[in-house]
Write a protein that binds this ligand. Structure first.
Ligand SMILES: C[S@@+](CC[C@H](N)C(=O)[O-])C[C@H]1O[C@@H](n2cnc3c(N)ncnc32)[C@H](O)[C@@H]1O
Length: 324
């Protein structure tokens, strides 16, 4: 067993690309420690390592050899975590924030509208914390390529290291470069995603990057409407078509149980005098005597909902522009 573990430790981590064939957790794997949808984090499984959360400590050695998805208890038995296989969706929830990041409602909407699919070549800038980069990489696997640009040196170093640790270095090329100076790519790109304070500086440089025999797709992600106006003006000036803008708002629902005490119904006669007081009854509810309190399970929209993140401006670059 130890021999197998040691051998595996030297293997390249490709978990973000593929599910492990044997479904078994090994040393060197990056795992997601899941407690609830609001409480999860990630760590790398190491010999002798300990993972701590507010419920207690978990030995990495106890996790190795278990199946993905196993529930692991603390030594006191007071807390537990589920060990989940990493995915771009889970990574977005646990990654170290060095910038604002994209979340799943925007990621899924943008991926669909840019028509991302296996084999596509994509430009993304700025890379930021790499939240969207992981999802793009998964969409374009196994033959596509993501060229991502980040001009902040420390951020580009940190995210490069993460791509390496996640086994994505052959799918993602990160360059520390100012997007307003161009991308250094020609006739090879299917889609462009710009998450920059001034997308209009980068838009003119995207044109030469698009594949000449195909319609190029672009999305600009901007929190302010003034940025949208300037981006649209630049897209129009540079002969992009189908310029359209969206805002993605989600309304999550949750299931909640609570107790309530209904008030009696008062029946009045024609003179508005009280005729009868009807005590509430609820045959389907669990009645807690003597106070006539009922338990109710309801589905309701979440009380706090993540609101506006950014405006998403999409456009297409038609192939005939370059033939004219
Ligand atoms: C909001 S973050 C991007 C977050 C990213 N979309 C994610 O999901 O993690 C914007 C990034 O753009 C970078 N940036 C701003 N202007 C840039 C430029 N002209 N060229 C390259 N990167 C730029 C910033 O340093 C910052 O890291």
């Amino acid at each position: 067993m130890t021999e197998t573990k040691d051998n595996i430790e030297t293997e390249k981590n490709t978990l973000f690309k593929y599910y492990s064939k044997d479904n078994i957790i090994k040393y060197g794997d990056i795992v997601i420690a899941y407690v609830t949808p609001q409480s999860m984090s990630s760590f790398k499984v190491e010999k002798g390592g300990i993972y701590n959360n507010r419920c207690g400590s978990y030995k990495h050695d106890d996790i190795v050899g278990k199946k993905w998805g196993t529930k692991i208890a603390t030594h006191t038995g007071r807390g537990f975590i589920y060990i989940l296989h990493p995915t771009p969706e889970l990574w977005t929830n646990v990654l170290p924030h060095r910038t604002q990041i994209l979340y799943l409602p925007d990621i899924s909407f943008i991926s669909m509208n840019l028509n991302l699919k296996p084999g596509d070549n994509v430009i993304e800038t700025g890379t930021g914390s790499g939240s969207f980069s992981h999802s793009i990489a998964r969409s374009i696997l196994p033959t596509g390529h993501l060229y991502t640009f980040e001009f902040h040196e420390e951020r580009s170093k940190r995210v490069r290291q993460e791509f390496l640790e996640h086994g994505l270095e052959d799918i993602i090329t990160i360059q520390c470069r100012d997007a307003s100076k161009g991308f250094g790519l020609k006739d090879c790109i299917d889609a462009v995603f710009l998450d920059l304070p001034a997308p209009w500086d980068a838009i003119p440089h995207t044109i030469e990057c698009f594949k000449q025999n195909k319609i190029g797709k672009i999305c600009c992600f901007s929190p302010c409407i003034e940025q949208v106006q300037r981006s649209c003006a630049s897209l129009h000036k540079n002969k992009f078509i189908n310029i359209r803008m969206f805002e993605v708002l989600t309304k999550p629902y949750e299931v909640r149980s609570f107790s309530y005490k209904p008030i009696p119904e008062i029946k009045l006669n024609n003179n508005d005098d009280i005729m009868e007081v009807v005590e509430p009854t609820q045959t389907t509810a669990i009645e807690l005597e003597p106070s006539k309190v009922f338990n109710l399970t309801v589905s309701r929209s979440a009380t706090s909902v993540r609101g506006h993140t950014s405006y998403l401006t999409f456009a297409d670059y038609p192939k005939f522009n370059d033939l004219m």
